[in-house]
Design a protein around this ligand. Structure first.
Ligand code: N2P
Length: 362
């Protein structure tokens, strides 16, 4: 593993990075048939080691087709729009209950998963899915601010670089409403899950000013932001940290930090869709992913957090030896780094929607 500590700005970011972004396993496709030998996976981009996918195909004599997405919202919209029949999806923790209400999930039957016992205790039976009826944790992801030190080195590690009054830097924000509104809330000293209308209005007013800056060059997915940093098109990008670190081994100028005001984190899960053509094959894939060596290979490749206790011995030694590879307990406990949670129904979520629509329409 080619981990260059120099580009890691906080211990929590010691997540590893040794390969270029996944490509071969994530070619766009349009599943239409129900061939029992095809597994259709709908997943966040750059989020699995293609070799793991190939190994599963060889072991089971099947084909795995992976389509990718860049946000929970686009994932849900596509699933609700119909027309694509996937077996597996990869929603974040705060999208599980909305997907359940939309009747999109079927029980996993974890008793049939021989590797379910490998899940780390802290990730078992989460509030969003008591008893793990519908989900297993896949990886977890914090969000940071990234830059390319070959072109620009920020003087501070603060959201102030983009949310402050200065308008000299070029930057891009994640195309992800909870991340963008959450970061603004955090910068203002509020919870990323705030439902207080005055706080949300303050975040809205801040973000109105931010997207009006000359330096604001739009919203993008994590890999797109990494590529724009690499190309030197932007000075800063909000990014899921693994997406940045995946490019960092080959491009040591790429760096990321968790802003000092705090930031968001989420657990991404694997779920079997209710309309899955091949639920048994989907279950076999989940069990494969929970195998210690496979789970470690995925995280060693993607540089994302690993919720599998039995995978730890196979994680890259630098990751394994670093306590911060797990969610940084002190910052989680203090609320500095906050899990994004589902919002309760009612006015505040509608305000989030309105703020996002307004920002995207500018
Ligand atoms: C992978 C992004 C995963 C983190 N590209 C989003 N929760």
């Amino acid at each position: 593993m080619k981990l260059n500590r120099a580009f890691l700005c906080l211990p929590v970011l010691l997540l590893g990075c040794q390969h270029p972004p996944a490509a071969s396993a994530t070619q766009p496709s349009r599943p239409t048939t129900t061939d029992a030998s095809i597994l259709r996976v709908f997943m966040w981009s750059d989020y699995i080691d293609p070799q793991v996918v190939r190994a599963f195909e060889r072991a089971k004599g099947v084909r795995v087709v992976i389509d990718t997405y860049e946000s929970n919202e686009s994932m849900l919209a596509k699933l609700q729009g119909g027309g694509a029949s996937y077996d597996l999806a990869n929603p974040s923790n705060y999208f599980i209950r909305p997907m359940l209400r939309a009747k999109l999930l079927q029980p996993l039957q974890t008793r049939l998963l021989s590797n379910f016992r490998n899940v780390a205790p802290g990730f078992l039976s989460p509030a969003y899915d008591p008893g793990n009826v519908y989900t297993v944790p896949y990886q977890y992801a914090a969000t940071g601010l990234a830059y390319n030190a070959a072109r620009f080195v920020p003087k501070s590690q603060s959201w102030n670089l983009i949310f402050g009054p200065s308008d000299t830097l070029k930057f891009v924000l994640l195309d992800d409403p909870r991340e963008v509104i959450g970061a603004a809330l955090k910068f203002l000293g509020y919870s990323v899950n705030s439902t207080a209308v005055p706080e949300l209005r303050a975040a809205r007013d801040l973000l109105r000013r931010v997207v009006a800056k000359h330096g604001f060059l739009g919203f993008d997915g994590g890999p797109g932001i990494r590529n724009r940093l690499l190309a030197g098109d932007i000075d800063l990008g909000q990014i899921y940290v693994g997406d940045l670190l995946q490019g960092a081994a080959e491009n040591p100028g790429l760096r990321v930090f968790l802003p000092r005001e705090g930031t968001t984190i989420s657990t991404d899960t694997l779920v079997i869709l209710r309309a899955a053509p091949n639920p048994a094959l989907a279950r076999a894939f989940i069990d494969w992913v929970l195998t210690p060596r496979v789970s470690a290979a995925i995280s060693n490749y993607t540089s994302y957090g690993n919720p599998n206790s039995a995978a730890r011995p196979f994680l890259d030694p630098l990751l394994r030896s670093d306590a911060a590879f797990n969610p940084p307990q002190a910052d989680l406990k203090s609320g500095k780094i906050e899990f994004i949670e589902e919002l309760p129904a009612g006015k505040p979520p509608r305000l989030y929607d309105r703020v996002w629509s307004e920002l995207k329409s500018r």
